[in-house]
Design a protein around this ligand. Structure first.
Ligand SMILES: [Zn+2]
Length: 265
């Protein structure tokens, strides 16, 4: 168990080793090796660039470890510029995302094209994501942490809520269309409560290269973005004893319901 989690668990007066053992024995999930047995990953993002900004290093590492990664982008990203008009920006961002995905090693891109800034938290969106989950059959679904304090962007919160619900309901035959599919693991990125830090020391360069491909987003202020991205990677990394890291909150999907311990697991 990573030291920061140990400290957090101790603060709450519980034994992290007991939890660790419980997860391993009952659900076959090892919090130190969450990607063991994972073959297909669906990374859901509110905008083109979020998967890479949050966990581009980990995804590059996983794709080189023979995991099949698909991006599901929920909005068209059309509001993300002060210079490029929305209709043009949509196309630009799609091309930028395609280039960045290639750098990361992502083979498939799916788009829902909701208008940027207007992603709802709705049953319709949940069912659309659920339909995609059932056709892609991922072992792990990743999405922004909707409980990240101080994130004011509704697209990020709504993406996290709707994707979490879809991943959870996908196993239930009475919800949505298609054959039920059990998403074994659910993970949140952009989180301040990670239970796993990936060492991205060897993949930071690749992450930066992928981010640079999003010229309309980072091009004009690249040097400040580079400092920011490195600082976040050091923030996560240092808590786990790495130079650069990316944090995620990953658990078996069933534990993200009616579970007061989800915050400390
Ligand atoms: Zn975003």
């Amino acid at each position: 168990m990573k030291p920061f989690l140990l400290a957090r668990a101790k603060l709450r007066g519980v034994s992290p080793d007991e939890f660790k053992e419980l997860l391993r024995e009952t659900l076959g999930f090892d919090v130190e090796r969450p990607f063991e047995g994972v073959e297909r990953i669906l990374c859901v993002q509110p905008h083109p660039d979020d998967c890479e900004l949050a966990i581009g290093g980990a995804l590059a590492k996983l794709s080189r470890g023979r995991r099949e990664i698909t991006y599901l982008t929920l909005t068209d990203g059309s509001a993300g510029s002060r210079e490029i008009p929305p209709e043009k920006l949509k196309e630009v961002r799609r091309e930028e995302q395609e280039r960045a995905a290639e750098i990361i090693g992502v083979k498939k891109l799916i788009w829902l094209d909701y208008p940027d800034t207007k992603l709802p938290h709705s049953e319709d969106l949940r069912d659309e994501i659920l339909r995609i989950i059932r056709s892609e059959k991922p072992d792990l679904v990743l999405t922004p942490d909707p409980w990240l304090p101080y994130d004011v962007h509704p697209d990020h919160r709504n993406a996290g809520f709707s994707t979490g619900e879809a991943a959870f309901f996908s196993a239930l035959p009475s919800v949505g269309e298609g054959e039920p599919w059990e998403v074994r693991l659910l993970g949140f990125y952009y989180t301040d409560n990670p239970n796993y830090i990936e060492d991205i020391g060897d993949f930071l360069k690749l992450k930066l290269k992928a981010l640079k491909a999003h010229k309309s987003q980072f091009g004009s202020e690249w040097s400040s973005w580079e400092v920011f991205v490195k600082s976040v990677a050091r923030f996560y990394g240092e808590t786990a004893g790495f130079k650069y890291g990316e944090g995620m909150k990953i658990l078996p999907t069933v534990l993200f319901h009616a579970n007061p311990l989800a915050g400390v697991l």
